[in-house]
Design a protein around this ligand. Structure first.
Ligand SMILES: O=C(O)CCC(=O)C(=O)O
Ligand SMILES: [Fe+2]
Length: 226
């Protein structure tokens, strides 16, 4: 589970909010499978609408430019971001996300390795609305500042707690990683961080740094599907 702060700066958050707030909101179950339709009570920006496409592309650009996102997710594909809105007691009960997401009317399909929530409301703007994620060892209640992102394994049970005051606007999306195995992805992220730290101290041209960088790429070559 990886929090990534300030994926969008305040100006971009304001830009995205202006777009989505003026958009067309529909029942969140428009895109749900049978099981999550029972659990899900929220509204969603109409998929494929001009506002959703425009705001989504701002988010996708920011993700592509975010070194932490790229290093930790090793994304192969990102599902076009959805925008959701919870207010007046709305919530999303416990569920595991569908393994495969498809876009209606296209041949786009993606295996969900990672799920992501990009918060678009400030925590003070609403009560409740935490994203609650059951990990193997603990339960985490996540509520981040506007513009910040949480990445978590799509295999985990999670829910959105009822919003009891104010409005929670968020952007959610899914990532198919080039490295399907979460453990392998964690090793690569750890190695990447360590190599960069050593490179800062010794310089990129240091022979040990060259070997370690090579090792990173050789492991990635072994584990990645593109
Ligand atoms: O809004 C969130 O934080 C998560 C929503 C969610 O779990 C989903 O759309 O599957
Ligand atoms: Fe979910």
């Amino acid at each position: 589970m990886i929090p990534i702060p300030s994926v969008l700066d305040p100006e971009l958050v304001a830009g995205v909010r202006a777009l989505v707030d003026a958009g067309e909101w529909v029942d969140g179950n428009a895109t749900s499978g049978a099981q999550s339709a029972i659990a899900k009570r929220n509204r969603q920006l109409a998929e494929g609408s001009a506002a959703a496409v425009k705001a989504g592309s701002i988010v996708l650009d920011a993700l592509g430019a975010n070194a932490t996102f790229v290093a930790s997710a090793l994304p192969a594909k990102v599902f076009p971001p959805l925008f959701s809105r919870y207010e007046s007691g709305e919530a999303f009960g416990p569920h595991i996300d569908n393994a495969i997401r498809m876009r209606r009317g296209t041949d786009f399909r993606l295996r969900t390795d990672l799920s992501a929530t990009l918060f678009l409301s400030e925590p003070d703007d609403y009560d409740g609305g935490e994203l609650v994620i059951d990990d193997a060892f603990e339960t985490r209640r996540v509520k981040l500042g506007a513009g910040s992102l949480i990445l978590y394994p799509s295999s985990s049970v999670h829910h959105v707690a009822p919003v009891t005051r104010g409005v929670r606007v968020a952007c959610v999306f899914w990532v198919q990683s080039m490295v399907r195995d979460g453990e392998a992805r964690r090793h690569l992220l750890e190695l990447d961080g360590a190599v960069q730290e050593v490179a800062t101290r010794l310089g990129q041209a240091d022979p040990a740094v060259v070997r370690l960088t090579g090792l990173y790429h050789n492991l990635l070559r072994r584990w990645a599907d593109v």
